[in-house]
Design a protein around this ligand. Structure first.
Ligand SMILES: [Zn+2]
Length: 143
């Protein structure tokens, strides 16, 4: 099997059909096929853990949050505001979506020895937006 090299920067993603130690486009380290496949296995596990954890949280808390927001006879306290519920649901869904993106990218990395840059960027974007939702949620509880 011919050796290839991939730049792991999600903003570069340069690929070469030979071994290169550093990326000629951005200067970061290049990784050979076998290392991409190994990292892909780790990315699959990270994605699975995120999907299972956030799916479990959504499954356990979703009905309670919806009931607290829509049932006028639900106990008054602690009752989330609509904004808090939106931020919490957004946080869970973004973490879940990031997990799906990492899971798919890991499968692609194992199968092709090459990541899909848009899946990497999608996963990172979901996690960053989820962190912003968490900060927003924290800000609403402190106010
Ligand atoms: Zn690069």
């Amino acid at each position: 099997m011919a050796q290839h090299s991939t730049c792991l920067s999600p903003f570069c993603g340069y690929w070469a059909d030979r071994y290169l130690a550093t990326c000629p486009r951005c200067g970061r380290m290049m990784r050979p096929d076998d290392e991409i496949v190994g990292r892909g296995g780790h990315v699959v596990w990270c994605g699975l853990i995120l999907v299972a954890a956030m799916g479990g949280v959504a499954w356990a808390l979703g009905p309670k949050v919806l009931q607290a927001l829509t049932d006028p006879l639900a106990p008054a306290a602690p009752r989330p505001t609509v904004l808090q519920a939106q931020l919490a649901i957004g946080l869970i869904l973004l973490m879940f979506a990031g997990g799906v993106a990492f899971l798919l990218n890991g499968i692609v990395m194992v199968a092709r020895a090459r990541p899909m840059r848009w899946l990497t960027l999608a996963g990172i974007s979901c996690i960053v937006l989820a962190a912003l939702a968490a900060l927003g949620f924290a800000a609403t509880t402190l106010a």
